[in-house]
Design a protein around this ligand. Structure first.
Ligand code: PEP
Length: 253
């Protein structure tokens, strides 16, 4: 089953207007120069940059995404942003349940599920993040933790067309540490099995499962050539045009 690889940049809380626009323009120019890339590209800047980055990406096949959304369409939720608002400024995707939001904001699987339902209703695609802590890994609970996160945070009616899963071991995010390629493939294959149980084999076989956690130009090929790895969610290395694009090129895009 051919799944088009997704190369996604999570800029996190980085970028003032000038840097963000420059970064987006750089990515746009490189993707345009690739002609017809084999992969799909996505950048997820902070909320404040969405509109300017959208303009900077004009004419390039690079999708725009946000890093979170509320589950309501509007109302008394100071500081929050609704999926409709994201759609309105040109987002196609939203990342949900990143481990930093699970940790910093206490986001539960139930909450992430509600957000995903709302995002899908608004016409956004979701990148739903899962992954174990080091303690969970060391006690042999990786697959169990990831399975519970999938069962709890992915809506029951999700499809391969509206949902992407990102497996990101918490201990590998921003640390320079990574699991072995064998470990990554083992988890991705297990995740696909859980998706098959939850959403049916058809959806599971078509759904993209990204790897995230210290992906760099030097290790991209190793991870992205694994059979169940369908792209990458990239934090630090997505902040440099050269690194982000080298990851894509080294992954066969
Ligand atoms: C991330 O934030 O999703 C991530 C994987 O970060 P990094 O690539 O910096 O480890």
């Amino acid at each position: 089953m051919a799944r088009k690889k997704l190369i996604a940049g999570n800029w996190k809380m980085n970028g003032l207007l000038a840097d963000g626009v420059e970064l987006a323009k750089g990515v746009a120019a490189e993707v345009k120069a690739m002609g017809k890339p084999e992969c799909e590209f996505l950048v997820c800047p902070p909320f404040t940059l969405l509109t300017s980055v959208k303009k900077a990406l004009r004419g390039a096949k690079v999708a725009l995404g946000a890093q979170d959304a509320h589950f309501n369409t509007k109302g008394a939720h100071t500081g929050d942003i609704s999926p409709e608002m994201l759609k309105d400024v040109g987002c196609q995707y939203v990342i949900l349940g990143h481990s930093e939001r699970r940790a910093d904001h206490g986001e539960s699987n139930e909450l992430i599920n509600k957000k995903a339902v709302a995002a899908h209703q608004a016409g956004l695609k979701t990148v739903i993040c899962i992954g174990e802590t080091l303690e969970e890994r060391d006690s042999g609970k990786t697959i169990d933790v990831c399975s519970k996160q999938i069962m709890g945070s992915v809506p029951d009616d999700s499809t391969a067309a509206d949902t992407v899963i990102a497996y990101e071991p918490v201990w590998a995010i921003g640390t320079g540490k990574t699991p072995t390629a064998n470990d990554v493939e083992e988890v991705h294959a297990a995740v696909r099995k859980v998706l098959a149980k939850k959403l049916g084999k058809g959806n599971a076989n078509k759904m993209r499962i990204l790897y995230g956690g210290s992906v760099k130009p030097g290790n991209a090929k190793e991870f992205l050539s694994l059979p169940d790895v369908d792209g990458a969610l990239i934090g630090g290395a997505s902040l440099k045009v050269a690194d982000f694009m080298a990851i894509a090129k080294n992954s066969g895009c």
